[in-house]
Ligand binder design. Structure first.
Ligand code: JO2
Length: 124
């Protein structure tokens, strides 16, 4: 069993189907990431959080999201993941705001927190 906070969670969503699941941008359908890149942060894959504007997000964590790109300046303000700065993550294809790219000094050094309703899940 995984022991670390950021261990892979392939035992949750990577093992039932060959190839696992793939996630696509809910706005344009571009490939975003896949289930077997999912990670737990602070023990959980999915986090329910508020931003300073009072908007509630379901945020799911991935060690990479090849379809997303981090833009703008990194900020440590209001970060949901202690020790990590965030920047806005956009869909590379259509520019929709799909979540945030996090950077820290630990392991992982970089991960993506994606807004669950911005992802469409399909068998990969
Ligand atoms: C990431 C946004 C956020 C924060 C935001 C725009 C402006 C500001 C946005 N904690 N960031 C995180 N801001 C998240 C947050 O880890 O609050 O939601 O602070 O000026 O992404 O739209």
């Amino acid at each position: 069993m995984p022991r670390d906070a950021a261990d892979l969670i392939t035992h949750i969503d990577g093992e039932e189907r060959p190839g696992g699941v793939a996630y696509y941008c809910a706005c344009c359908g571009a490939y975003m990431t896949r289930g077997n890149l999912g990670i737990r942060m602070n023990g959980e894959h999915e986090h329910v959080v508020f931003n300073p504007a009072g908007v509630l997000f379901r945020v799911v964590c991935f060690k990479d999201a090849p379809g997303a790109i981090g833009v703008g300046n990194a900020s440590d303000q209001f970060t949901w993941f202690r020790g990590f700065t965030w920047r806005i993550a956009l869909c590379k294809s259509c520019g929709a705001h799909v979540g945030w790219m996090y950077e820290g000094s630990g392991a992982p050094a970089v991960f993506f927190g994606l807004i669950r309703p911005m992802l469409v899940e399909r068998p990969g």
